[in-house]
Design a binder for this molecule. Sequence first.
Ligand code: HEM
Length: 154
Amino acid sequence: MTSWFGDSMSMIINESLRLYPPVLSFERRAEREVRLGKLIVPANVELQIPNLAFHHDAQYWGQDVDLFKPERFSEGVAKATKDNIVAFLPFGMGPRTCVGFNFATIEVKIALSMILQRYSITLSPTYVHSPFHFLTVRPQHGVKVILHRLNRKE
Ligand code: HEM
């Protein structure tokens, strides 16, 4: 896999996770009273971190926030979020960040590489775009695609 391919794939994975994060929010509990800017959070208060909302906030991403534009990640997350990297939290952040982050990312890259070496993909006319939340975000009617076999020398 060339670095160009890897970078492009990372950009596509990031943009997919931005628009459709499988995990929509996660929690933190304040162990003691803390000040967050102007806000004082008392001890034991539970905070919901709504990563879906951050991922769709034009303040961080720009007016094209609702478009699928992997190239927004071409110079990394900091550039894509105008230096607000906490606006992109598909795997959470901090000491309790997702332990499966590397595993999940590498798995997707391997699976896509294997498919794209053998097939090109177009969307089926029967595809219905319907992101749906049931424990995680998933396509309500599946992702119907048409695979076109590539002619390649084994
Ligand atoms: C695209 C795939 C995945 C996404 C988007 C995802 C997302 C997340 C998020 C948002 C959290 C909460 C992080 C936080 O509180 O800061 C989390 C936690 C966690 N994830 Fe994932 N995850 C994915 C795949 C996986 C996989 C493949 C595994 C296991 C092999 C895994 C295991 C865990 C575990 C054990 C935690 C709890 C970590 C802790 O509390 O210390 N995840 N994940």
